[in-house]
Design a protein around this ligand. Structure first.
Ligand SMILES: Cc1cc2nc3c(=O)[nH]c(=O)nc-3n(C[C@H](O)[C@H](O)[C@H](O)COP(=O)(O)OP(=O)(O)OC[C@H]3O[C@@H](n4cnc5c(N)ncnc54)[C@H](O)[C@@H]3O)c2cc1C
Length: 410
């Protein structure tokens, strides 16, 4: 998470928002003193647009809005209505996300609803994502209930951790307030935080874990009972672990590259009202962007863009188009501007830009991901006191990472 503010624009270099739907996250935010820093997304954020036939069309966001919807037309809705009568696939446990959706809801839902949603979350390829492991809650419904649609419409089962009302949130000065607040809280509690360390090495000596590292040219060593490693899986090579620990599957998880580009425009140059969360590319129409978030609409009164200007965060790359991030900064700006101009009716040039290139953005929970989980479980079992956590295990959203962290700590 990193937020910068320049030229009147607030740029999120990583995540833009957090889904607040769990009492444990609400309590954690209160404990680290962020309660009065929370900002909630504008109500229009419920609306999402899909590019269909070259136009941004609103997805249905309620039962009422599903009627006469231009993305999901009558034949598609009739196909969805058949879902409760379709038998469970015998390969449910090993299916890709795309196979699951095609089987239960049909090709159009995959191309214009579920697939774009996966593109938006994972920057991933629905044909390669493991349904059960990448979408565990949906998998449980598919396994245990007759219909995923009827279950979604029905009143949800009582869950003590579920907040009555879920909301998309950020903080007044952006997402970086979250790690900053953790740092303040930990330091105030007397914890040591060391950054810019190198030569990290972990050894097992009798009952203790010996951790050594270099910082500003000096080597330090400390003993610990328990060690939790939370660095990204592609960075695990930067910590030297005891030679008997092999993490070959975990280290080789594919993280496609993503370019996150914030573009600023004069409000009067953008025809589209930007009255929603953003636009997502469909799977079946060629476009060079993954999607774009309307960040100044999401959090309208909170310094996301200067007065009479708008900010649009365009995402490019991902598993289905990784080569595009090879473009130079100028080319990426031109590509993003061309694509969103077509879709949002933009007449002027961008007046602001800020590019963040993620060479390895988001871990892909692919069809062989079970071997990653098995490997981690075995290493933890064989090495008491050593734990691994991060977005490659148990969910990639900020909310999932927080919940997994809470569960590990208590
Ligand atoms: C462009 C982008 C947009 C996203 N948007 C959203 C969104 O809007 N909402 C959402 O919920 N999720 C979003 N995500 C996903 C989400 O942000 C991540 O999955 C999540 O933040 C990952 O958390 P993490 O703690 O596993 O890893 P990280 O946040 O990457 O933290 C790992 C930490 O380890 C440190 N580190 C690395 N190597 C070492 C080392 N050798 N020694 C010590 N420390 C080290 C790093 O500096 C870093 O601080 C987005 C992701 C990307 C890339």
């Amino acid at each position: 998470m990193r937020t910068t503010i320049s030229g009147g624009y607030l740029t999120e270099h990583g995540p833009n928002s957090l889904m607040l739907n769990d009492t444990r996250i609400a309590k954690l935010l209160e404990q680290i003193g962020l309660n009065n820093r929370i900002i909630t997304a504008d109500h229009s954020s419920a609306k999402r647009f899909i590019i269909k036939n070259g136009k941004p069309l609103a997805m249905p966001y309620s039962v009422k809005s599903a009627f006469f919807n231009k993305v999901l037309t009558l034949p598609t809705l009739l196909r969805v209505a058949r879902e409760p009568f379709i038998r469970k696939h015998k390969e449910l446990d090993n299916q890709s996300f795309a196979d699951f959706i095609r089987h239960r809801l049909g090709k159009t839902i995959l191309n214009y609803a579920a697939g774009p949603f996966v593109n938006g979350i994972y920057a991933g390829d629905p044909e390669k994502l493991h349904f059960k492991l990448a979408f565990p809650r949906m998998y449980e419904v598919a396994r245990d209930k007759r219909s995923i649609i009827l279950t979604a419409i029905k009143k949800p089962a009582a869950n003590p951790n579920k907040l009555k009302k879920k909301s998309i949130i950020s903080f007044q000065n952006g997402m970086q307030e979250l790690p900053d607040a953790f740092e303040r809280k930990l330091r105030a509690a007397g914890c040591q935080i060391h950054t810019q360390v190198s030569n990290s090495k972990l050894e097992r000596d009798n009952e203790a874990w010996k951790y050594s590292y270099s910082q500003v040219g000096q080597t330090h060593q400390q003993d610990f009972d328990e060690v939790i490693i939370t660095i990204p899986s592609y960075k695990l090579d930067t910590v030297q672990l005891p030679s008997h620990i092999s993490l070959e599957h975990t280290k080789s998880i594919y993280h496609p590259p993503v370019s996150s580009l914030l573009l600023g425009y004069k409000r009067s140059d953008v025809k589209h009202p930007l009255n929603g969360f953003g636009i997502l590319a469909s799977l079946s129409e060629k476009t060079d962007i993954l999607g774009a978030l309307f960040t100044s609409t999401l959090f309208p009164v909170h310094n996301r863009a200067p007065k009479d200007h708008v900010a649009i965060n365009v995402m490019l790359g991902g598993s289905r188009n990784p080569e595009i991030v090879q473009q130079s900064e100028e080319e990426l700006i031109a590509t993003a501007h061309r694509e969103i101009s077509k879709n949002l009716g933009i007449s002027g040039e961008p007046v602001f830009h800020k590019l963040t290139n993620w060479k390895q953005a988001i871990p892909q929970v692919t069809l062989d991901h079970q071997q990653v989980l098995d490997e981690l479980n075995q290493v933890e079992k064989d090495n008491p006191g050593l734990k691994f956590a991060g977005n490659y295990r148990g969910g990639i959203s900020v909310g999932d990472c927080l919940i997994n962290g809470i569960n590990l700590a208590i």
